[in-house]
Write a protein that binds this ligand. Structure first.
Ligand SMILES: [Zn+2]
Length: 308
């Protein structure tokens, strides 16, 4: 029989320390601490970059219940926004170290289509930021289209984001995200769903061009098919510092599936080098959660590794 140390070396890869009970018995050695750690303890922690705690979820999942689901999914922290914003603050008050509030420009769902033309929205955001006393780390998630970033209302909001060191969480297509990222080079833009349908090549080109652009992968099931797809793998290795993962609890039944959704990410993250997987799973989000992550876009640009 091989000495147990050799065996552990053999198994020290990603699946590391998955000793079966039978092998442990055969080895006749004390491996109980490893076994008792269990698969949950070896799970890749996740900073969920796309959680909503909007009104329709409040009754079914009160704060304690919502937090329990997040923790069951192996979430260590989360960016949370909601319509109305009170949901975010309720969850934040229940776990201030765990929840990182992001402020939506939507007072009601009706604000969704024209908020960037409504001159009352910047004042609403300023007031929430003032009374929130520094709890917010970003503005969003918001929706807009090509050309909307030129509106004076959006410019005021971008100025506010720069002044308050907040990132912008934008659910937009590739053309619109390029416009938003160009408005203020010192403001981080977190691209929701990486554009939902944008190809890996398009995303890569935008990340090359805009050092203040980051992307989260909520609902991007197209990243993998029987393992991580080669074009995405190439993209993650080229920009390991610019991707995040998230669930997007846009409807209340998404909460139920949250742990399974996150295991879906872990399934393809394991195809990446561990250091890169950890960055995408939580380390990049931890950096973005700190004020001023894009204050010096040049520094962010160094993260971009061009091939060759
Ligand atoms: Zn969303």
């Amino acid at each position: 029989m091989k000495p147990i140390t050799t065996f552990l070396h053999m198994r020290s890869g990603r699946s590391g320390l998955l000793l079966s009970g039978r092998v442990a018995l055969l080895a006749g050695l004390t491996v109980i601490p490893l076994l008792s750690a269990g698969p949950a303890a070896q799970r890749l922690p996740i900073f969920d970059a796309h959680i909503h705690y909007s009104r329709d979820a409040w009754e079914r999942f009160p704060p304690a219940g919502a937090l329990k689901i997040l923790r069951r999914g192996g979430v260590i922290r989360a960016f949370v926004s909601s319509t109305p914003d009170d949901g975010t603050l309720r969850l934040y008050r229940a776990a201030p170290k765990f929840i990182v509030p992001v402020l939506r420009p939507y007072r009601t769902r009706e604000d969704m289509s024209g908020w960037f033309r409504d001159p009352e929205v910047p004042a609403y955001l300023e007031e929430r930021i003032r009374t929130g006393r520094g709890v917010y780390r970003g503005i969003g998630e918001f929706h807009m289209g090509v050309g909307d970033a030129a509106s004076p209302v959006f410019r005021r909001i971008a100025d506010l984001a720069a002044r308050e060191n907040l990132f912008l969480h934008a659910h937009v297509d590739a053309a619109a995200v390029a416009e938003i990222a160009a408005v203020k080079r010192g403001v981080c833009v977190l691209w929701a769903h990486a554009g939902m349908t944008a190809a890996a090549e398009t995303i890569g080109r935008l990340l090359d061009r805009h050092a203040n652009l980051w992307a989260e992968l909520a609902l991007r099931w197209d990243v993998s098919h029987d393992g991580l797809k080669p074009d995405w793998r190439k993209l993650f290795l080229r920009h390991p510092d610019r991707f995040l993962v998230g669930t997007d609890t846009w409807a209340d039944d998404r909460w139920e599936f949250l742990p399974r959704t996150l295991d879906g990410y872990r399934a393809w993250l394991k195809d990446l080098p561990r250091a890169v997987a950890e960055k995408i799973a939580y380390r990049n989000a931890e950096r973005l959660a700190k004020p001023g992550a894009c204050a010096r876009p040049q520094a962010a640009g160094q993260a971009c590794k061009r091939p060759g």
